[in-house]
Design a protein around this ligand. Structure first.
Ligand code: PGA
Length: 242
């Protein structure tokens, strides 16, 4: 919940003006607030490997849910991706693993790529029970999906203690959790499928740590919050993609 529309337009213009090499398998996705989606879609029109994500959608298909936005609505304006289960949605809006399973189903029904967020709070990390905690988030929200459906999902691991705090997980901590998540997926869906899922890291990603984080074998990219509000910083992070 940052920036007025004029500020958001300037930021996108600045970002899109930076020269960069993005290879075929890399995507730059701007996750923007609902009122700015059409503006942002317009700005990236015709640009290869750029996409726009909504930051949420509702867990019901349609109907009298005043103030909510459905997957179908997003699809109908040309949005292709949607962030689901961000820790702030879970914490401030009581989103549960079961509700997120419904949101995932709807996103997939309307051919949106869900960027599914998971991650543990500080108390769980301090008790060293993070592996089981995050595994349960996956089991309860994803494991009803068919292999074909799972292949359409992007996962973002975001330790809550690292979001907006300036405290980044070390690359070793990120790699350890990403490898764990991939092994959990492999246990359910097989290694070949697990190897194809993009697992992003989020939590205080900056230009100064992106190269090291993205260099980890199981870290396939980043979900960037605060640093994406500064064009130069965000561009440098994109430049760090492997
Ligand atoms: P941050 O946010 O990069 O500011 O820590 C990440 C997020 O909100 O997902």
């Amino acid at each position: 919940m940052n920036l007025s529309i004029d500020q958001a337009k300037s930021l996108l213009d600045e970002l899109l003006a930076q020269p960069r090499n993005i290879n075929e398998n890399q995507w730059v996705v701007f996750g923007v607030p609902f009122p700015y989606l059409t503006m942002a879609l317009d700005k990236i029109k015709g640009r290869k490997n750029f996409a726009i994500a909504a930051q949420n959608c509702y867990s019901k298909k349609s109907g009298a849910y005043t103030g909510e936005v459905s997957a179908e609505m997003l699809k109908s304006i040309g949005v292709t991706q949607v962030i689901l289960g961000h820790s702030e949605r879970r914490e401030y809006f009581s989103e549960t693993n079961a509700m997120l399973a419904d949101k995932l189903n709807l996103a997939l029904e309307y051919e949106l790529t869900p960027i599914f967020c998971c991650g543990e709070p500080l108390s769980i990390r301090e008790a060293e029970t993070q592996n089981g905690y995050v595994e349960q988030q996956l089991r309860e929200s994803l494991f009803h999906l068919s292999p074909e459906q799972l292949l359409k999902i992007v996962i973002a691991y975001e330790p809550i203690w690292a979001i907006g705090t300036g405290r980044t997980a070390s690359s070793a901590q990120a790699q350890e959790m990403h490898a764990h998540l991939r092994s959990v997926l492999a246990g359910q869906y097989g290694q070949a499928l697990a190897d194809q899922i993009s697992i992003l890291y989020g939590g205080s990603v900056k230009a100064g740590n992106a190269v090291e984080l993205f260099g980890c074998p199981d870290v396939d990219g980043g979900l960037v919050g605060g640093a994406s509000l500064q064009a130069a910083e965000f561009s440098a992070i994109i430049g760090g993609l492997k």
